[in-house]
Design a binder for this molecule. Structure first.
Ligand code: HEC
Length: 142
């Protein structure tokens, strides 16, 4: 029993580097693996997530009814290690880079909620699995 408990504790709190060399907890690693599976299903030529494409997604400006233009940088600035400011509400946003915010990329529920909302704000639709994985890889390098 003790051994089983110990193994469980290690699995539950342990952090693992994934195929991209980025360290997340197991819950987030499993989420990224799942995004990979979906991306592959949607596009058989998919070869893995790319921080380069993620950067493009992050900086690409889109037309916006109220703000004129919007991109991920409108709220998160062009440096994910810095505090941002919500372009819609004016509220301060804590940095989303793991190096600057220990809470970043620790909860799948939170990640899903904000990616869905944020992609809708910028691109007027939900992000695809590939776009979400690319964005995560870009941001989590910092
Ligand atoms: C209108 C403002 C706004 C825009 C535009 C925006 N975000 Fe966000 N984002 C937020 C807010 C607010 C949070 C929540 C911060 C918190 O939990 O304190 C957030 C959180 C996140 C998180 C969560 C990190 C974590 O693990 O908790 C990620 C990832 C993220 N944004 C990525 C993006 C990407 C990619 C884009 C562009 C497609 C984008 N954001 C555009 C406001 C924005």
């Amino acid at each position: 029993m003790k051994i089983i408990t110990a193994v469980f504790v290690v699995l539950a709190i342990g952090c693992f580097s994934n195929a991209y060399g980025v360290t997340f907890n197991q819950e987030v690693n499993a989420y990224i693996q799942n995004l990979e599976k979906q991306a592959k299903q949607q596009d058989p030529s998919f070869k893995g997530f790319s921080a380069e494409r993620g950067k493009q997604i992050f900086f690409d400006q889109q037309p916006h009814q109220k703000l004129g233009k919007i991109s991920c940088t409108s709220c998160h600035t062009d440096d994910v290690r810095k505090q941002g400011k919500n372009a819609k509400t004016g509220k301060v946003i804590e940095p989303i880079a793991p190096s600057a915010n220990p809470k970043a990329f620790t909860s799948v529920k939170n990640l899903e909620k904000w990616l869905k909302r944020n992609f809708n704000d910028v691109y007027g639709r939900e992000g695809t699995a590939k776009e979400k994985g690319d964005s995560i890889l870009y941001i989590s390098q910092y």
